[in-house]
Each structure stands twice: as C-alpha cells, then as structure tokens.
Design a protein around this ligand. Structure first.
Ligand code: HEM
Length: 138
C-alpha cells in the first residue's frame, strides 16, 4: 500500500525514508573519506564532488518527504508511549527534518559563496573544485 495506515508506514514513506537515509550516510562517508587523500589530488576532489551530489539528493528528497508527511497520518505506536516520550519523539523527528533542509542549504551557500556558481546535480564540472584556474587546497 502506498499510503500510511493506522498500523504501518506505506511504501512511499519507506522509500523516501531509506533514500534520504542512504543519501545522508553517503554525504558523511564521502566527506570523511576525503581526508585520506592529499590536498589537490583528483581523488580528493572526487570525494568532495560525491559529498555535494549526495547532499543535493538529500535536499531533493526531503521536500517531497515533508509534503508526504504533512498529508499522511502517522501509524499508531502500540502500546501507546507516555506523553513525554511522544513529545520527545515528535521534537526529534522535526529536528531531523530541519537538519535535512538546513545542512544542504548551508553547504550550497558555502559553495556558491566561494565563487563556484555552476553547482548543480550531476554537473561533473571542474568549477566545483577550482577557482580561476587555481587548484583548490582544501
Ligand atoms: C545532508 C546533507 C549534508 C551533510 C550531512 C553534510 C555534512 C558535512 C560535514 C560533516 C562536513 C565536514 C565538516 C568538517 O569536519 O570540516 C561537510 C563539509 C562540507 N560540505 Fe556538507 N553536508 C551536506 C550537504 C552539503 C551540500 C549539499 C553541499 C554543497 C553542495 C555541501 C558542501 C560542503 C562543503 C563545501 C564542505 C567543506 C568541505 C571542505 O572541507 O572543503 N554539503 N558537510
């Protein structure tokens, strides 16, 4: 079933959940692995490129995910947790949504602010990594 029911999450909710989870994990993995490669190398640039792409996918997925979330019921938890636990779960979920929006937007702002204006999904352009012909050193 595509939509959530009283007892379980629907297929679309699950697909959006796992897609965003994998994209966040990939973004973190790329940016951490980047440090294994010396500055100025193609592999380091490729890791940064992978980070940008995965982060952009997070942003693209979180928007339909939020729309789907506000237009769908959430399955009941059984047995029903106490009120403080429910409140904490609610606050945590919305904080995660906020982070999935804010982190890619801040990342884009950093990249654009550094003068690399042609950032786009799947754009394998060297402009993502180099400025005015100078190799990036980060
Ligand atoms: C959910 C998505 C994202 C997560 C979780 C995330 C997370 C991170 C983390 C953990 C770092 C390393 C910070 C450090 O230790 O120095 C980082 C760095 C960075 N991120 Fe993201 N990021 C995301 C999306 C993006 C996007 C979409 C962009 C741009 C298109 C971006 C651009 C950058 C840049 C430019 C850096 C600095 C890289 C460097 O060291 O030169 N991020 N990000």
């Amino acid at each position: 079933m595509l939509k959530n029911s009283q007892h379980s999450y629907g297929q679309l909710t699950r697909a959006l959940h796992w897609l965003s989870a994998l994209a966040v994990i990939a973004a973190l993995a790329f940016i951490e692995v980047k440090d294994f490669f010396p500055k100025g190398t193609a592999l380091r640039d490729a890791m940064k490129f992978g980070h940008f792409q995965a982060g952009l996918i997070v942003l693209l997925v979180v928007l339909p995910r939020l729309l789907w979330r506000v237009n769908n019921r959430v399955p009941d938890i059984t047995p029903t947790p106490n009120k403080p636990s429910l409140l904490l779960a609610h606050v945590t979920h919305w904080a995660l949504y906020a982070l999935m929006l804010a982190l890619p937007l801040l990342g884009i702002a950093i990249v654009q602010g550094s003068g690399h204006t042609r950032l786009s999904l799947a754009c394998r352009c060297r402009c993502c990594f180099r400025s005015a012909g100078q190799p990036r050193t980060t």
